[in-house]
Ligand binder design. Structure first.
Ligand SMILES: NC(=O)c1ccc[n+]([C@@H]2O[C@H](COP(=O)([O-])OP(=O)(O)OC[C@H]3O[C@@H](n4cnc5c(N)ncnc54)[C@H](O)[C@@H]3O)[C@@H](O)[C@H]2O)c1
Length: 263
């Protein structure tokens, strides 16, 4: 019987680990890929035989091709969660940091996507979910390299979805907001930053890795077979709240004519 494989990149830490765990609970066999071998080995020790860990560098073509060739079946699901962040103002950011962010986040997503999609195409399709960020949608200071790479992931998703629809491959993108996990651990270790940031989220809390995993698995599921090429922000309303904090004149807080005109 063909097994249902899910490839999860960046499975060695943070959001990727939780996505892999959640997929395992749904019966997927997990190909847990990360440049950090210890991270995926730890996950495999936890999940047992259903998880096959592998050290994979998502920007190394030979590494990615070897990993895809090692899978006994074409994967039903690919989640591109591997990513890095490089902060710095655009006047100062080094070329090395700029290129590294673009390379891992955008080129890595392209390379793994292309290699896995070729294999999916041989069995009539599958689902791919690319992890972007709210930073790929809205600008913020000192995050230019990261934001540009994630904006690229969103546009790449749209092109993959268009080109691969006829192969039976659906491609969607999840844009996490302020997530209390992984690469943001250092940010939210400061209780004041935590308090101030969550106060700006309309739903009043930071997001969790489980919030992201649930959305990824919905997009991968039978409930989402008519969805492709979309970017879904999982951000507690953050991206839609740009105008919410603007001061408002009293007149726009009442509906219809004022009381005097009703008299
Ligand atoms: N945590 C957040 O607040 C947040 C918010 C928005 C988006 N995201 C995105 O979610 C994804 C997961 O982030 P996270 O918070 O879990 O980060 P994380 O740093 O905890 O995990 C990222 C994983 O990717 C791996 N990785 C890095 N470069 C790699 C490479 N070249 N090849 C293979 N693996 C590589 C790392 O070793 C690490 O295990 C990333 O794409 C990130 O940009 C995170």
């Amino acid at each position: 019987m063909t097994e249902k494989w899910a490839v999860v990149t960046g499975a060695g830490n943070g959001i990727g680990t939780v996505i892999a765990r959640s997929a395992a609970k749904l019966g997927y066999r997990i190909a847990a890929w990360d440049v950090n071998a210890a991270g995926v080995e730890e996950l495999a020790a936890e999940l047992g035989d259903i998880c096959v860990p592998r050290q994979v560098d998502v920007v190394d073509e030979a590494s990615v091709e070897g990993a895809v060739a090692s899978l006994p079946d074409a994967p039903a699901l690919l989640v591109n969660s591997a990513g890095i962040v490089r902060f710095g103002p655009l006047l100062d950011v080094s070329l090395a940091d700029w290129e590294q962010a673009l390379r891992v986040n955008l080129t890595g997503t392209f390379l793994v996507g292309r290699t896995v999609a070729r294999r999916m195409a041989t069995v009539g399709g599958g689902a791919i979910i690319n992890i972007a960020s709210v930073n790929g949608v809205a600008a913020a200071p000192n995050a230019g390299a990261y934001s540009a790479s994630k904006a690229g992931v969103i546009r790449l998703t749209e092109h993959q979805a268009m080109e691969w629809a006829s192969l039976g491959i659906r491609v969607n993108c999840v844009a996490p907001g302020l997530i209390d996990a992984g690469m943001s651990d250092a940010i939210y270790a400061d209780p004041e930053v935590r308090r101030l940031r969550q106060a700006r989220v309309p739903l009043g809390r930071l997001g969790s890795s489980e919030d992201i995993a649930d959305t990824v698995l919905f997009l991968a599921s039978e409930k989402a077979t008519y969805i492709t090429g979309q970017v879904l922000a999982v951000d507690g309303g953050l991206l839609k709240s740009t105008l919410a904090s603007l001061p408002r004149p009293k007149s726009v807080d009442s509906v219809g004519p004022d009381d005097d005109s009703l008299a």
